[in-house]
Every structure is written in C-alpha cells, then in structure tokens.
Design a protein around this ligand. Structure first.
Ligand code: TYM
Length: 336
C-alpha cells in the first residue's frame, strides 16, 4: 500500500508562535514517518495583507529553517516554497472561474481580516481560500494537518474539488482527490496570553499575547509573568468561566508532555504564583532544542537551499501532473 499523502503550510508573516507549533508543525513532525509529506512555506498567501518586500524572502527562509528546527526530516518530508512552483497560481485561476463569489464572501477569516483593513481590502484576500485549495488539491493530498481555524478553508477546498469533479470529471474517474483535515484535540486552538477568549495570532498588536518559537528564556518568563489569569486559587481544566485557566493548563500539559489527569492532579490546589514558574520552565525546555537546531540550520545556508531545491523539484513534478489533468479536463489546448 502506498503511503497516504499529507500537505500543509504556514505563512511567512512574522515569527512562528506556540499556536502554529502546537496546532500544526508539531503534528507534522510526529506523524511524518507514516505518510508521504509535502510542507510548503506559503509566501503567496503572505501578500494578501500589506507586506514589506524587504523582509519577505528572509521570512520565507526563516520559516523553512524552523520547519527543520522543529524536527521535519527531509528523508520523510519535502519542504518547498509555494511561489517556486508556479502551478499553484495557475490552478488558482482555473478554480477562480468555477468558484461562486458568495462561497468566499462568507468565509470567517476573510470577514475578520477585511474588517481590520477597512477600504484597503485586496482581491487577493478574498481569493486566499482558493489559493489554499490549489495548494492542497495540486498534490492530491489525503490529509491536511492544521489548527482548528482552518476547518472552514478545508471545507471550501473539498467543495471546490467536488464542483470541478462534477463539472469536468466523471464519477468513476474523479480528477481531484477529496482531502480530510487532520485536527488534533490538544493544541488545535491555542489562545492569547492576554485574553483567553481570543486565538493566539501573529496579527495581534501585543507581543505579550504570544510566545514565539525563538523567544529567549527571559522573554518567555516575562510574557508568562504578565499573562492574564483570574483571582481563583486551584486550577482546573474545562471551566467555561475560566478561559485563561484552561488555556494555560493545556499549554503546560502539551509543553511538558504530561497527561491531562497528571496536570489536573498537580494543579488542583495550587495558585498562579506557583503555576507560572512551572509553565515557564516547561516552555523554555520545549523550545530550547528547537532554537539550538535553528541556529545550526541558519549557519549552513547551503544545506537549507539544497533541501528547498530538491523539495521544489519533487513538488513540481506532482503539481504539474495535476495541473495538466485539470487543464485537459477543462478542455484547454495542450501546450505545443
Ligand atoms: P497560518 O500561517 O496562519 O497558520 C499556520 C498553522 O498554524 C495554525 N494556527 C494555530 N493553531 C492553534 N492555535 C492557534 N492559535 C493557531 N494559529 C495558527 C493554523 O491553523 C495553521 O495550521 N491558511 C493557512 C496557510 C495555508 C495552508 C495551505 C495550510 C495556505 N495553504 C494549505 C494548509 C494547507 C494559515 O492560516 O496559515
């Protein structure tokens, strides 16, 4: 039996935070030996909001280096840069022409981001989920490991595949495979350190709201010291009136690798003053090996470049085949 294929990606906008790691990359690493994996840095997605051209390329390489630092193994997984495989943009155009506008106008992330940008909303922001559908469907991916916030985008991806298969394929011979989201129970929705009801996000103006994977021990300590808590002694999971408490306990559980029962027992009668140093220590210990490996990867740019070159070649071979199949099904003349 061939291995099932996995595809996922992260945008090179700013530093990666614990939400990106626990919701996505950590899961890629843990299951990579079971699957055939493609992990891209989605630089074309990063320009759907205003961006700085001076730092886009650097940020892109940094994210690729962080994939390796987090434990992505090139023996199991291909790493590549989305814009280096032009089939992504071409398939997006073909999908654009079969995607109803109202499917995109209803997307939660579009509405949230559009609200922040006022009159400067670009067409690219609306089209973002179609590009994401192209990323996934080009590779005929079986599984897409992501955080919970991407669920709606995955549903749209499936709807686009169903529509294209229906309009231009046949039931016996579908053109595109329908992918499944892979969303873990723990860490799928890491919340902000300053508001337990909001998602930890790269776009939150407050740096104190998130821990970056490359934060120094001092920065981590400061952020946890200042994070929002509540006045109640005794820390418990799953109390809807204590969102910060649930988030911080979950972070502690995942970062320290303990079971929920063990953390619940350890924390049931302690206060925040005792808990915060435990969480700080767990976060520093979990991030330290990632940071050390990151420094090694960044010190050897030739290695990273060779991984990205190989990744691009292998990704392009599959992507170009799918693109050719879609073009042919839609009736385009073959290139001469
Ligand atoms: P991005 O860069 O915003 O997020 C990357 C991954 O991190 C997850 N994530 C979180 N998980 C848990 N808690 C959080 N607070 C949190 N914040 C972010 C996201 O769910 C995501 O898995 N649209 C994608 C990028 C993308 C993509 C793709 C993903 C483009 N094409 C194809 C998969 C497959 C995104 O929002 O990335």
């Amino acid at each position: 039996m061939p291995k099932q294929r996995v595809l996922s990606g992260v945008q090179p906008t700013g530093n990666l935070h614990l939400g990106n790691y626990l919701g996505a990359i950590r899961n890629w690493v843990e299951s990579q030996s079971q699957y055939e994996n493609y992990f891209c840095v989605v630089d074309l997605h990063a320009i759907t909001v205003p961006h700085d051209p001076k730092i886009l390329a650097d940020n892109t390489y940094k994210i690729a280096a962080l994939y390796l630092a987090c434990g992505i193994d090139p023996a199991d997984s291909k790493i590549f840069i989305q814009s280096h495989v032009p089939a992504h943009t071409e398939l997006t155009w073909l999908f654009n022409c079969i995607t109803p506008l109202n499917w995109l106008e209803g997307m939660i992330q579009f509405k949230e981001k559009a609200l922040k940008q006022g009159e400067n909303v670009g067409v690219g922001l609306l089209d973002y989920p179609v590009l994401m559908a192209a990323d996934i469907l080009l590779y005929q991916a079986d599984l897409v490991p992501v955080g919970e916030d991407q669920k709606q985008h995955l549903e749209l991806t499936r709807d686009i595949a169903i529509r294209l298969n229906f309009q231009f394929g046949s039931e016996e011979k579908p053109i595109l495979k329908l992918p499944q989201p892979l969303i873990r129970a723990e860490g799928a929705r890491v919340m902000s350190l300053t508001d337990g009801t909001r998602k930890m996000s790269k776009s939150d103006p407050s740096e104190l709201s998130r821990i970056h994977l490359l934060d120094s021990p001092e920065e981590i300590q400061k952020k946890i010291k200042r994070c929002k808590t509540d006045p109640i002694r005794g820390l418990t999971f799953d109390d809807p009136d204590r969102p910060e408490c649930n988030n911080l306990l979950t972070l502690y559980m995942v970062l320290s690798g303990q079971s929920k029962a063990a953390v619940a027992a350890e924390c049931e009668s302690i206060g925040w003053g005792q808990f915060k140093p435990l969480l700080t220590e767990a976060a520093i210990a979990a991030l330290e090996p990632i940071q050390a490996r990151y420094q090694q990867v960044m010190a050897e740019p030739g290695y990273l470049e060779s991984i990205l070159r190989q990744g691009r070649e292998q990704a392009a071979a599959i992507a170009n085949q799918t693109l050719a199949d879609v073009r042919s099904a839609m009736g385009f003349a073959s290139p001469l």
